[in-house]
Each structure stands twice: as C-alpha cells, then as structure tokens.
Design a protein around this ligand. Structure first.
Ligand code: IPE
Ligand code: IPE
Ligand code: MG
Ligand code: MG
Length: 346
C-alpha cells in the first residue's frame, strides 16, 4: 500500500463522531494515568528553587497526555498493565515535553499549554537546557524498567531510535522553512518523523510490554503511526484556523516560519497565474493580515477540506490496523482516539 495518500482521499466522514474531550476516552486507564501524573511531578523537581520553577513549568496545566494514554491503551488491549507501562508512560511524556520545549524555541512561540512558553519566560538558553534535562532524565528512567516481557535495553533502544527520528524530522522541517515548493511527499515524511514516530513507538512499547506477538506489535505500531499522521495534519489545520484560547498555544506559527503544511501545499498546487502569485506573496510576507488572506485562498480552493479528509483517511487506516485485536472496550477506545486525533479543536 502507498504509505501516504497523495491523491484525494475517498473517505469524507469519520465512522463515528469524535468525543468532546480526549479525556473522555481514557476511562479504562484513568487510574494508571493519574499515577503517571504523580510520578511526573515527583521526578521533575530540583533542590534549587529557581531550577525547580523552570522544571515544573512544562507541567503546568498539563497537556492531553496522549502518548502515555496510547502506551497504556495499547498495553491493556493486548494484555495486563504493569508498573513497566506506567514507568514507560512517564518516559514518553518527558520525551514529548522535551521536544515541545525545543520546538517552541525553533518556532519562537510564546504560548504553550495555556501558559507562557519556557523561551518566552526564561529565554532560549534555559529552554535548550530544560529540553536536555527532560531527555536525559527520560533515558535514565527507561534504563530502570523491569518486566517479564521486555528489558531496559529493548525499551531504551526503541525510545532512542524514535527520539532520533523525531529530531531528524524537526531538523528536516527547519531546513525546509521558506521552501514554498516543498512536495507533499516531503511533507508527509517530515510529519511521519516529527510526530507519528513517537505515537508509533508508544503503541509498540505498550503492546510489547504486555507480551504481544510480533504481528500484533507491528499492527499496533502501524496504528500509532497512522493516528500520529492524522494528529499532525489536524494540528496543521489548527495553526491556520484555530484560536489560541482553545488550543492553548501560539497559532499562525507555521505561517510565520514559512512552513508549507498540507492545506497550503494543496492550495499552491490548485492555483495558477495571479492567485498563485498572490498566495506566494502572502506566504513570503507573514503577518496577522496574511494569515486571514491565506486562509481565504485555502478555503476558496478546498484546501482545508482536503487536509481534513486526509486526516480522516489516516484515522481510517489506523482503525484498519486494529483488525488483529479481538473486539473489546479497549479496542473501541483506540478507534475513537484515532478519530479524535483527526478532528479536534485543541
Ligand atoms: C503538540 O502535541 C505537538 C504536536 C505533535 C502537534 P500535543 O497536542 O499532544 O501537545 P500536549 O501534550 O497536549 O500539550
Ligand atoms: C512539532 O510540530 C511537533 C514536535 C515534534 C514537537 P508543531 O510545531 O506543529 O507543534 P506545535 O503546533 O508547536 O505544538
Ligand atoms: Mg511548534
Ligand atoms: Mg503545530
């Protein structure tokens, strides 16, 4: 199968509506998620009051905790949850937060999780170091995992490779800034690395540490990857159409950094002559006004609808990956989570 749907996707509507809030889907794993939350808070402290404030900042109000939730849901869909899943849930959330702290430096973003970014409050130097602190702490913890189904070396290897691919995706993206001719194939590869990879890793880890067969672990990894693709395409839509009060983070950052995302790529390729020149001029001169003007052009050619359909197509692929699992409440939660990823407002 073609890894990426570069032509117009067939599916237009999700099989079921996304829930109002992602937390609604975490019912079966809520107690384990709460313990992960407590462990995160316990791990991320410092005796130095000023360092303590910076370290804790990334956790204010929290995020959606999607990555630990994926790890737990995949684990419970396959077998029993153990302490190893909770420890690995802490690890993947730390890695994710580290990538956000560094990403906000790259994007010069000022708002994250409804509060100032670390770079806005303490500057880029502290942000780089906080990201490093989170990455290194995550690997220190991963090295202590114990389980009947997997060892620390396996966990560290999988998480290390994925983290490396995330950084590779982010590097490719920064090197592509300003490239208004970026192909859709390159776009899909970049988001596969920077976002889908960690979601895939979480699902593989959860499954493996519950004793999954190679076939089931591969299928759940693919589920996580397809969900992650849907998630990032939806995120790229929100950058153009969302509002900061709801997303809790800086919008318009992709435009400001001249990042070609799927709605923009589709619009560029749909326009010719004058309108295409106008689009390129707006993209080359980012401003609040250009966000509105670009959004009008994207809307007019169906660029938002195309990106939304493509995200839903990835969610459908994710659901198809679940065919290896018996019917269960957990399987249903995973399927609904895939549709949440593709259609969300935060
Ligand atoms: C933000 O991830 C970065 C992307 C991959 C788009 P989330 O939207 O999961 O961020 P939090 O953890 O909920 O804040
Ligand atoms: C970055 O993508 C994803 C990461 C690997 C951190 P974005 O730059 O779109 O993420 P947001 O919108 O800042 O959360
Ligand atoms: Mg960003
Ligand atoms: Mg974004």
């Amino acid at each position: 199968m073609d890894p990426h749907p570069v032509t117009a996707p067939k599916t237009t509507e999700p099989a079921r509506q996304a829930p109002a809030a992602v937390g609604d889907l975490f019912g079966p794993i809520q107690p384990a998620l709460q313990r992960i939350e407590q462990r995160l808070q316990a791990e991320l402290t410092s005796q130095d009051a000023r360092v303590d404030e910076v370290v804790r900042h990334g956790y204010r109000l929290g995020g959606k905790r999607l990555r630990p939730a994926l790890l737990l849901l995949a684990g419970e869909a396959v077998g029993e949850l153990t302490d190893a899943h909770e420890l690995l849930g802490v690890v993947v959330e730390m890695i994710h937060t580290a990538t956000l702290v560094h990403d906000d430096v790259l994007d010069e973003a000022s708002l994250r999780r409804h509060v100032d970014t670390v770079n806005a409050r303490w500057g880029n130097e502290r942000s780089v170091l906080l990201g490093d602190f989170l990455f290194s702490h995550a690997f220190y913890l991963a090295a202590t995992v114990r389980s009947d189904f997997g060892d620390a070396a396996t966990a560290c290897q999988l998480i290390g490779r994925s983290t490396n691919r995330v950084c590779h995706g982010e590097l490719r993206q920064t090197l592509s800034e300003g490239d208004l001719s970026l192909s859709s194939a390159d776009y899909y590869d970049i988001i596969d690395g920077k976002t889908a990879e960690l979601c895939a890793c979480c699902c593989r880890l959860g499954a493996l540490f519950s004793g999954a067969s190679a076939e089931v672990a591969d299928a759940l990894e693919s589920f996580g990857r397809n969900l992650g693709m849907a998630f990032q395409i939806a995120d790229d839509l929100l950058d153009l159409t969302g509002d900061e009060a709801t997303t809790g983070k800086t919008t318009g950052a992709d435009l400001a950094k001249q990042k070609m995302t799927l709605p923009l790529i589709y619009t560029r390729d749909s326009l010719v002559n004058g309108p295409r020149v106008s689009l390129e001029e707006w993209l080359q001169n980012p401003s609040t006004e250009s966000r509105a003007e670009v959004a009008k052009l994207v809307e007019a050619v169906g660029g938002f609808a195309f990106a939304q359909k493509t995200a839903i197509e990835y969610a459908n692929r994710a659901v198809a990956d679940l065919a290896v699992l018996e019917e269960s409440e957990l399987k249903q939660s995973l399927a609904t989570l895939a549709f949440f990823a593709s259609r969300r407002d935060a």
